[in-house]
Design a protein around this ligand. Sequence first.
Ligand code: ADP
Ligand code: F6P
Length: 342
Amino acid sequence: MFGILGLSVNFTLPIIMTEIKRIGVLTSGGDAPGMNAAIRAVVRACAFNKVESYGIYRGYQGMIENDIVQLNPRKVGNILHKGGTMLKSARCLEFKTEEGMQKAYENLMNLRIDALVVIGGDGSFTGGLRFAEKYNFPVIGIPGTIDNDLGGTDYTLGFDTATNTVIDAVDKIRDTALSHNRLFFVEVMGRDSGFIAASAALASGAKAVMVPEKKVSMKQLMAKLKESRESGKSSSIVVVAEGGKSGNAYEIAKEVQEKGEGYDTKVTVLGHIQRGGNPSVKDRLLACNLGVAAVNGLLDGKSRVMCGEINNQVVYTSIKEAITQKLKVDNRLLELAEILSI
Ligand code: ADP
Ligand code: F6P
């Protein structure tokens, strides 16, 4: 605030915005179906806006090692429908060091890349944010993780496809469980997040679900199984998130077996099958929307934000908020699964 002739005047410093002419894009952390569709959308939105695009291979590792190539709409043809990421992904410890970041910055400077799109999860965003702050470099995030655990978006890329993969597997397991009157424990991904487990449990009609966010005691589980058996159920499925508070699927199954109540228990760990496969329609649409939104956001001068979709609208949320206000599994999902598993 500044006073001139008794008037107060608000002075805001002009934001010196350099025109963005070259955008780099990378995928980092755990891959997720829909990442390819997002890369394609970023590259094509760049071309549409007469901006050059550069693909950075193996996440921050490629940024440090200068593994960077110029892309164009034809180079991202035929990837929309494919799982994985054509740019490959990596977990790169060197990027956490000052020297690593400096090398990465110099490589971007040499190629005159002046903004970055990071497609990944909370770890990748943490790295991107540190980089943006350290070098005052424009960075925008696209949420890409099957875990669905970021704030600022209803869904992350890959979650829908991964959950459909789980459902497909559980439906098949149900057939054999029923034939043999067995109790199956199906372990799904989600080290810190029970989204896949809770959604899959509800959508596949599982008897119980164990998520990292909520402890289910052995006593509660045994009571549920007993009640279910007494009501006439001959087989059951229990979905266990890998980061569950009650142990992994093998440990839980062993404990149940050791109770000597006569359950014929089996364990299936779905593992990385959940990270692959062609993206669902929902993930493709989300990728198209967010890829374009990321480029538009950068061209509008946005940085240090993640673009997400809330109620079908594009929303830009600060990366800080997106990673600190992580989405926790919806209690309603757990409630519904409980009610309907009666
Ligand atoms: P995700 O993005 O799926 O959560 P990770 O947590 O493995 O995956 O993070 C991916 C990469 O992001 C790490 O390998 C590292 O290169 C980078 N990263 C994560 N945290 C930081 C940090 N604090 N500083 C710099 N880079 C980081
Ligand atoms: O973050 C995505 C995720 O698939 C988690 O659900 C899982 O715990 C983890 O990555 C597995 O990571 P990795 O592929 O390195 O074993």
